[in-house]
Ligand binder design. Structure first.
Ligand code: FES
Length: 140
């Protein structure tokens, strides 16, 4: 199990977390290469179905990350995302999915260090959880 490398799908807001990821890269910060970014205009655009689909189709974890509350470029998209992710995390265990596989964070455009730290921590957490078993149970 020690050679398990999780795949983390990250839905990131264009204005904040995507910019932070770019900053982490240009600052040459080191973080695990386990994350695949999907740039959205706002976390408010992340339909919970996207998260479930990512998990069913092989992701070991999903990160949703955007602007801090009060900084959303679409006023309250991040607050909508927070409500949706809270409800999603409540129903995931009913489908055999550990709620720890889904995470919501706020990472501002200037917080490249926080982005790298979040990816490091999340990779370690998902390594401890082990591979997503749901993807193997699904017959698509
Ligand atoms: S624009 Fe970044 S979360 Fe809404």
């Amino acid at each position: 199990m020690s050679d398990f490398e999780p795949t983390i799908i990250a839905f990131v807001c264009n204005w904040c977390t995507f910019t932070a990821a770019d900053l982490a890269g240009t600052s040459r910060l080191i973080y695990p290469p386990n994350v695949r970014l999907i740039r959205m205009m706002c976390t408010g655009m992340v339909d919970p179905k996207y998260v479930i689909k990512a998990i069913l189709e092989g992701a070991d974890a999903v990160l949703v990350s955007g602007c801090h509350p009060g900084d959303c470029h679409y006023i309250n998209g991040n607050l909508k995302a927070r409500r949706r992710m809270k409800l999603l995390k409540e129903i995931l265990p009913r489908f055999g999915i550990d709620e720890g596989r889904v995470k919501l964070t706020w990472i501002g455009a200037s917080e490249g260090v926080d982005f790298a730290k979040t990816i490091k921590e999340m990779t370690a957490e998902i390594k401890a959880l082990g591979p997503n078993q749901v993807k193997n149970a699904m017959v698509l």
